[in-house]
Design a protein around this ligand. Sequence first.
Ligand code: SF4
Ligand code: SF4
Length: 94
Amino acid sequence: MIAFDASKCVGCGQCVKVCPQGVIVMRDGVAAITDVRSCMECGACRLNCDAGAIELTKGTGCLVAIIREDILKTVPKGTGCGCGTDTTKIPGCC
Ligand code: SF4
Ligand code: SF4
């Protein structure tokens, strides 16, 4: 789930540059979501938004979660992201 707070957006365009899915465009000087269904919830936009204008619940596109939950199977489903909680093993991405 992704959400923008347009009142915080400073129009830098970083989220547009880093989004691998083309989900975000600049419209009237602020970021706007074009097709939320294409968002794979990777977190790159939030990571690169210094203005804190993006809220994101990481989901299917979270590589750390996929590795921990589905490949290594070291944690239960829905708990694998762990960004910022265990940077000694797999660094957080967003
Ligand atoms: S990175 Fe943040 S501040 Fe910059 S355009 Fe995107 S939402 Fe706006
Ligand atoms: S979470 Fe990833 S795919 Fe979704 S809008 Fe942000 S950068 Fe694009």
